[in-house]
Write a protein that binds this ligand. Structure first.
Ligand code: ADP
Ligand code: MG
Length: 339
């Protein structure tokens, strides 16, 4: 009997993994922005063409990479962010899987320019469909730039599956806003087809929210603050009268990471009980800090879901903190206790 099992070559494994990590141009935006944040950049630019179908470029002024790392970063499971399994329980970075760049390079044309502060010259690498095309030393500013062109060039089914430019751009803006809201101390700009879409100078949480959403945001916001052993909560909620029909202004961040949680959303809705018209959605921008060893963010490659050790306690604390803020700002219905 002959054996028939083979190990997949790396470029095939990368392309398969890419299906999980990269669903659309917005996934590339998310991964590149998060890498720039992890690289301690203070200034991050996102440049998009044709809603990311022709180009997604992220330029940062972060720590850059050595010549060796500039090449190594495209290998699968190549990461500078964790070394041991235990490190998963004390994460202070967005990334840790070491999968994003390998995946992106497997299904696009990628150009990378990177330089560390102390080096005279940086590195310029071109890689297409996991194949190294060129690598040269180059005169560059400190930091890193990744250009991703022709996404899904070798997976036509995926490329054809992309939605209209309006839809893809919406997804990109969502990702951009999430990262920008999580990091008000970083200067973010975004350009689409040569026009500026966002210009967000570094500031505090409140000012960042106002800059991202413009309009009358400032007068809508009520601060929330609560500190307990299991969670520190800060951020803002919207006054009930400004509640919207859609959920476009609802954000949870846990340890600087945007997350989705139907359960925590329910806690907020419970706090607003009796204050909202049917179906109205309050705005909230809530930043939760928990000890890293009390959460598991390893559930899904895109890392927007999280598992908390003590979900019930978190629910109760969040609900009461929001309720308290609503009450303090006199937005609760007047209860007649003296009768
Ligand atoms: P992960 O972020 O999970 O480590 P990635 O594939 O996204 O995996 O990146 C691989 C490695 O490349 C990172 O661990 C980091 O060392 C390096 N890297 C990626 N982007 C940047 C950047 N913008 N600046 C500096 N280093 C980077
Ligand atoms: Mg990463």
């Amino acid at each position: 009997m002959s054996s028939i099992i083979q190990l997949l070559p790396d470029h095939v494994a990368n392309q398969i993994a890419a299906g999980e990590v990269v669903q659309r141009p917005a996934s590339v935006v998310k991964e590149l922005l998060e890498n720039a944040v992890d690289a301690k950049a203070t200034d991050i630019k996102l440049i998009i063409k044709d809603a990311g179908k022709s180009l997604v470029q992220v330029i940062d002024n972060g720590i850059g990479m050595s010549v060796t790392d500039a090449r190594l970063c495209f290998e699968r499971h190549a990461t500078s962010k964790i070394r041991h399994a235990e490190d998963l329980f004390s994460l202070h970075t967005k990334g840790f899987r070491g999968e994003a760049l390998a995946s992106i390079a497997a299904i696009a044309h990628v150009e990378q320019k990177t330089k560390q502060e102390q080096e005279e010259l940086g590195t310029h690498i071109v890689i297409e469909g996991s194949k190294f095309i060129s690598q040269e030393p180059a005169v560059l500013p400190k930091g890193t730039s990744f250009s991703v062109k022709n996404l899904f060039f070798n997976i036509p089914a995926r490329r054809n599956f992309l939605k209209s430019e309006t839809v893809e751009l919406r997804h990109i803006i969502d990702e951009f806003q999430r990262v920008a809201l999580a990091h008000p101390n970083i200067y973010f700009t975004m350009y689409h087809n040569g026009s500026e879409v966002f210009n967000l100078p570094n500031s505090n949480f409140r000012q960042r929210i106002v800059n991202v959403f413009a309009g009358k945001m400032n007068e809508k916001l009520v601060p929330v603050k609560e500190e307990t052993e299991i969670v520190h909560i800060q951020g803002f909620i919207g006054k009930p009268e400004f509640a919207k029909k859609n959920r476009g202004e609802q954000f949870f961040f846990v340890n600087d990471r945007f997350i989705k949680s139907g359960y925590l959303h329910h806690a907020i809705m419970a706090a607003y009980e009796g204050l909202l018209k049917d179906g109205a959605q309050p705005s909230y921008f809530l930043y939760l800090n928990v000890p890293p060893n009390t959460i598991d963010i390893n559930i899904h490659p895109t890392k927007t879901e999280i598992k908390f050790d003590d979900e019930h306690a978190l629910y109760a604390i969040l609900r009461s903190a929001v309720k308290h803020s609503l009450g303090q700002f006199n937005v609760a219905p007047v209860l007649d206790f003296d009768r």
